[in-house]
Design a binder for this molecule. Structure first.
Ligand code: ADP
Ligand code: ZN
Ligand code: ZN
Length: 728
């Protein structure tokens, strides 16, 4: 009788593949990795089922080349979650498993060792340093003194002896050091004490802790600086005291060294960190330490939602409204929504925290699916910042900044404090324009203006990444009157530095923080005490804690007020509140200036009058009346090709199928995408709408199955996005 395994293979096909086991090899468990041949290649897949029968004839079954794990790498819960996610998001099961596994394990190499990385003095090191100890007072001496007591985790050295790596290199060259693996390493001598929680914080912790042991979803709605993180930490403390694991998700840019340090210091032991800035090896090791149940706390970004948790206790999603939780290409999952699913199947409490909860989560709180926990005041002595609308109509502007905004900045830095100027556009200027003939620099592949980047002297397309040199004269009329129009962060940095020559101006955007050294330099400059002006994009809305920041000037508000995306109002409100929340986090009060040409806009009024809560209430009512999510569910079918006719032909069939097959489904389109052309491709889409999620879920597989069979589908690149957060 043949012995068959069904394998999730990392290829973009929505099915499993059968392989037979070679004679004499033992049956692998479900959840183990196997190496299998696939159209001439050698791929690593995961065993999802074992069987004695296959639909394929015996001679068509290829043998498994190698069984890579003796024990399953994935828990049965995680396997079930991924299979569910593959169905829910209509994405091939092989690619779903491929996304969930860290690259290190996907390669099929041997697994790294257990425990955390550490170093110790080698026998030679011990001997020689007893005879000739390094000079007193040096860093090398400090490191040796640390190690004389025994081996130390590298994470602990990061924490307690910054700059130790250079000293380690010099000791290593003398043969004094050796690498070791430590179990459950202690980072600090003792955890840093927690502040005494206030009443609201305590009530929140009590509620979460009373839910431990079963599924219990909470929405922790707490203004910025109200001490949500302290609530997470206290609840985590309870969970690990019971020998269980906690998983904490944070948005990519919020996972700074500061955050990591805070968790490590307060918990007093090493935690597993997972984010895209780590090496493959570091991520693989962190993932495995969670999978082996060694890591008691895992702190990570979006993809950390896929760590196995053999001893689950609690899941936390901080800044749950953040759109970086949605993967925007390939397997388009939403980590927050998967967190809800996982918490339910694991039977653990889930805390979704935010100062600006998504309308989805607020609706769930209103309908009592989530229990609402509120932190209404800032913790400690900090007060909420005051919000002021600056009417720009008929006002003189200096490079997009009102004169009164500039005076406020001047007064702020004059008091020795820090000011933040928010501008959600990087580069020098969004347009390079010819005053003689009206020409402007455009991307040939996207039909959108190219952004001028002056520092690197390039024109760059922010949509497709293509670049051009900056012309000296107008390509249309040869005039020399080319001028940058509008302001990006780079230009504001220049303007503010000229205007305030004695005050350091620090720019924080994707350009200034792209490289590791750039990032480190920016972080260093942010930590120097004294007056300072920060200029930046939404990267400044969260992340690094900025002390002594008392003024925030928000520019570019108007671009968000009149957008076609139905989520624009929610996004703008969240952004304004989050950026504003950076001000006045310590003793001194903060002020926020919103520059706008539309001071009467209802969104701004709601925000000033009743804060985010009032705005969100209004927006939710609008969504209910208009039948928009969260009161309906959407799926977006996107298609692109060189020829518009191919795109239209495919999407027309899609609409016909939808209209013919499902009465409870509405299909809109084909519609041009918000960017109808990108990177040389013509782009359109079809929006599918239903009231009930179950209707959508029943419809999609049938519909996509029909589409896949059509020859028109092979002429376009297409994808389905279930619960899209971007409508383009
Ligand atoms: P959030 O996560 O809601 O933005 P944090 O947990 O970061 O807020 O807390 C904001 C600041 O207030 C931090 O510096 C924190 O140490 C401090 N803090 C939090 N809770 C308390 C408390 N109960 N007493 C004193 N300080 C607190
Ligand atoms: Zn011209
Ligand atoms: Zn382009």
């Amino acid at each position: 009788m043949p012995r068959i395994v069904r394998v999730a293979v990392p290829v973009p096909l929505p099915r499993l593949f059968d392989y037979r086991l070679a004679d004499g090899s033992s049956m692998p468990s479900v959840g183990c990795r196997v190496r299998v041949p696939f159209s001439g290649r050698d791929l690593v897949g995961i065993v999802l089922a074992c069987d004695s029968r296959s639909d394929l004839a015996d001679d068509q079954l290829k043998p498994v080349s190698e069984i890579l794990d003796a024990q399953p790498l994935l828990t049965s819960e995680l396997i079930a979650t991924l299979e569910w996610a593959s169905r829910y998001y209509q994405h091939g099961v092989g690619e779903v498993f491929d996304t969930a596994l860290p690259a290190l394990l996907r390669g099929g190499r041997e697994l790294p060792q257990a425990g955390v990385a550490g170093i110790a003095l080698s026998p030679t090191g011990r001997q020689e340093c007893a005879q000739t100890p390094p000079r007193a007072g040096t860093r090398v001496r400090a490191l040796v003194e640390c190690l004389e007591a025994g081996s130390v985790a590298t994470a602990a050295l990061d924490q307690n002896l910054p700059g130790w790596r250079a000293s380690a290199r010099s000791l290593r060259s003398r043969g004094w050091l050796e690498d070791v693996r430590l179990q459950g390493a202690i980072v600090g001598d003792c955890p840093v004490a927690a502040p005494a929680l206030n009443e609201e914080q305590q009530a929140a912790v009590d509620a979460v802790v009373s839910g431990v042991g079963g599924f219990a979803p909470f929405l922790l709605d707490g203004v910025t600086g109200s001490g949500k993180t302290e609530v997470y930490l206290a609840a985590i403390g309870e969970v690990i005291a019971r020998g269980q694991q906690a998983l904490v998700l944070v948005p990519e840019i919020a996972l700074t060294p500061q955050t990591t340090r805070r968790f490590r210091e307060r918990l007093g032991f090493d935690i597993a960190i997972l984010h895209s800035g780590l090496s493959e090896r570091e991520r693989g090791v962190a993932w495995l330490s969670a999978a082996r149940g060694e890591a008691r706390v895992v702190l990570g970004t979006r993809s950390a939602i896929f760590v196995p948790l053999p001893k689950p206790g609690l899941i936390v999603v901080d800044e749950e409204h953040d759109i970086s939780y949605k993967q925007q290409d390939g397997f388009r999952y939403h980590a927050r929504d998967l967190a809800v699913f996982r918490a339910r199947s694991l039977g653990v409490p889930l805390v979704l925290g935010s100062a600006t909860p998504s309308l989805e989560s607020l609706a769930n709180a209103q309908s009592r699916r989530y229990r609402l926990l509120r932190l209404s005041r800032r913790a400690g002595v900090a007060r909420p910042p005051s919000l002021e609308i600056m009417d720009l109509r008929n006002k003189r502007l200096d490079q997009g900044l009102a004169i009164s905004s500039l005076s406020a900045i001047e007064a702020c830095v004059g008091r020795g404090e820090q000011a933040l100027v928010f501008r959600n556009r990087r580069g020098y200027a969004p347009v390079l324009f010819c005053h003689a003939c009206g020409w402007s620099a455009e991307c040939q592949r996207c039909d959108r203006p190219l952004t001028l980047h002056r520092g690197v002297a390039r024109l760059r397309c922010h949509h497709c990444g293509s670049e051009a040199r900056v012309p000296a004269t107008c390509p249309a009329c040869a005039s020399t009157t080319l001028a940058p129009q509008g302001q990006g962060t780079e230009r504001l940095e220049e303007v503010l530095q000229q205007r305030f020559p004695g005050t350091p101006v620090v720019r924080v955007d994707r350009d200034s923080t792209r490289s590791r050294s750039g990032r480190e330099e920016v972080l260093e400059r942010l930590d120097v005490p004294g007056p300072r002006i920060l200029v930046g994009t939404q990267m400044l809305a969260k992340g690094h804690d900025l002390a002594n920041l008392t003024l925030v000037v928000v520019t570019g508000v108007d671009q968000g007020l009149y957008s076609v995306d139905f989520r624009a109002g929610e996004r703008l409100g969240q952004l304004i509140v989050q950026v504003s929340g950076r001000a006045g986090r310590a003793e001194r009060p903060g002020a926020v200036i919103l520059q706008t040409h539309h001071p009467e806009h209802p969104l701004l009024h709601a925000l000033i009058g009743g804060g985010y809560a009032a705005l969100a209430r209004g927006l939710l009512n609008e969504r209910r009346q208009a039948g928009l999510p969260p009161f309906a569910t959407f799926s977006l079918l996107r298609a692109e090709a060189r020829e518009q006719a191919d795109v239209t032909a495919f999407l027309k069939i899609a609409v016909e199928f939808a209209r013919a097959s499902a009465p409870d489904i509405t299909a809109h389109g084909p519609l041009p995408a918000p960017m109808p052309r990108r990177a040389g491709y013509q782009r359109s889409q079809v929006l599918i709408e239903s009231i009930e999620r179950s209707t959508m879920q029943a419809f999609l597989p049938e519909w996509l199955g029909q589409l896949r069979k059509r020859k028109e589908a092979r002429k376009v690149r297409w994808s389905i996005d279930v619960d899209p957060v971007e409508m383009g």
